[in-house]
Design a protein around this ligand. Structure first.
Ligand code: SF4
Ligand code: SF4
Length: 62
């Protein structure tokens, strides 16, 4: 399974990852992206990683 992490300090709140995630597990919370859906729904597609301009979104395969 995959685990997605958003580094709130690096997130500039552009919303790109939220719009791009095909599993719809990311949402904006207080101006930052956050994982609000089930992490087990993450398919490891790396779309969030690629779409993030600041490198705040990372995924890890467990
Ligand atoms: S890796 Fe893909 S499915 Fe997982 S959170 Fe990022 S965009 Fe969504
Ligand atoms: S793409 Fe990166 S900077 Fe933009 S909201 Fe997502 S984590 Fe934050």
């Amino acid at each position: 399974m995959f685990m997605v992490s958003i580094d709130a300090d690096q997130c500039e709140g552009c919303g790109e990852c939220v719009d791009a995630c095909p599993a719809a597990i990311l949402e904006m919370v207080d101006g930052k992206a956050a994982v609000t859906g089930s992490e087990t729904d993450c398919m490891g597609c790396e779309t969030c990683v690629v779409s993030c301009p600041t490198g705040a979104a990372t995924i890890q395969e467990l």
